[in-house]
Ligand binder design. Structure first.
Ligand SMILES: Nc1ncnc2c1ncn2[C@@H]1O[C@H](COP(=O)(O)OP(=O)(O)OP(=O)(O)O)[C@@H](O)[C@H]1O
Ligand SMILES: [Mg+2]
Length: 328
């Protein structure tokens, strides 16, 4: 058993029944309906990371099977499993045998099903058809469009949405209180900024920051997440746009060194902050265009530091050019 200290809070606070799931109200009520009827179609759960997809599948199975959960429930990760072979063997072996207890079917969850090749999906489709009587499938994906049409049409679709600020704050406060962690207001803001509606990321960030042993504030959060404070990124952006290339580069180095950011991290944050600074629309358009180009070059393996310099250089040029025409 893991000791209390190193237990992951995401696991410790993972809901055990559908009632405990935060938000996703419409989904929860549809799933509760299935539990009440003791019946279930094949399902497709789609949505962004850390919003409760795997949790909902687990809760559903617990609520439905109760003491027969073990034996009737199997979760596979399609991206670990070697594609088609696993569909042919593990899935079939599980799906074709009778369930235990009074529910006449088992539940098989295929996480990250969008990682399956279309060949593997075809095999899966046949398995789903053949064993429908004894097994219901829940496929979990980030994007439903990656699943072949014939499978989509056999599944009830559930779209999970990002969790709201209020939902995340509620959870953070609850956990902090329970764990005796002092959570400052700027810490809450920082966790919200880095987690972007992903509750898993929010909880993990809280746990990591609290492990530094002081109160959780903006400093400790940014220290553990490899993200810069948004205001520092904005500052760098504004320096570059004002034509101060040298100072902007100095700021860039600070970000790279103090926060240990990678080039891609910087570019992504610049992109995000572009829309949070007060500049004319046309500037944002030009910046977005430059950011897109640099992001692409980096993903193709271009030298990060050179690309970041090029990014700031182009911003200064845009700043000078547009500043003149607009008399700024
Ligand atoms: N709606 C929610 N209600 C309560 N807790 C949640 C919710 N969403 C996420 N969590 C928390 O985040 C953790 C991760 O959630 P979960 O595994 O369900 O995410 P997921 O949607 O399956 O993400 P991924 O796409 O990355 O697999 C859970 O253990 C739980 O602590
Ligand atoms: Mg999951």
């Amino acid at each position: 058993m893991l000791s209390e200290e190193i237990q992951m809070w995401t696991e410790k606070y993972r809901p055990k029944t559908l009632k405990e799931i935060v938000n996703q109200k419409e989904i929860v009520s549809r799933l509760e309906g299935f539990v009440a009827q003791k019946d279930l179609p094949h399902c497709l759960f789609a949505g962004p990371p850390g919003t409760g997809k795997t949790t909902a599948a687990l809760c559903l199975a617990h609520d439905l099977f109760r003491e027969y959960f073990y034996g009737n429930f199997l979760e596979l990760n399609a991206s670990d499993a070697r594609g088609i072979d696993v569909i042919r063997t593990t899935v079939k072996d599980f799906a074709r045998t009778m369930s235990l207890g009074d529910i006449p079917f088992k539940i098989l969850v295929l996480d990250e099903a969008d990682a399956l090749t279309s060949e593997a999906q075809q095999a899966l489709r046949r398995t789903m058809e053949r064993y429908t009587r004894t097994c219901r499938f829940i496929l979990i994906v980030n994007y439903s469009s990656k699943i072949i049409e014939p499978i989509q049409s056999r599944c009830a679709l559930f779209r999970f949405s990002r969790l709201s600020k209020e939902d995340i704050v509620g959870m953070l406060k609850f956990i902090s209180k329970n764990e005796g962690v002092e959570l400052k207001d700027d810490g809450v803001e920082a966790v919200l900024y880095v987690s972007e509606g992903d509750l898993r990321k929010a909880i993990n960030t809280l746990q990591a920051a609290s492990a530094l042993g002081v109160a959780v504030d903006a400093d400790s959060v940014y220290k553990v997440t490899g993200k810069a404070r948004p205001e520092e990124v904005r500052q760098m952006l504004e320096l570059a746009l004002s034509g101060d290339f040298v100072q902007a580069r100095k700021k860039l180095h600070e970000l790279l060194i103090n926060y240990g950011l990678s080039g891609i991290d910087v570019v992504r944050q610049v992109h995000r902050e572009t829309f949070n600074i007060n500049i004319p629309e046309i500037w944002k358009v030009r910046i977005a265009d430059i950011v897109g180009e640099i992001d692409f070059r980096m993903s193709e393996g271009a030298h990060e530091e050179i690309q970041l310099s090029a990014l700031l250089a182009q911003f200064s040029l845009v700043g000078q050019e547009l500043g003149k025409t607009q008399g700024k």
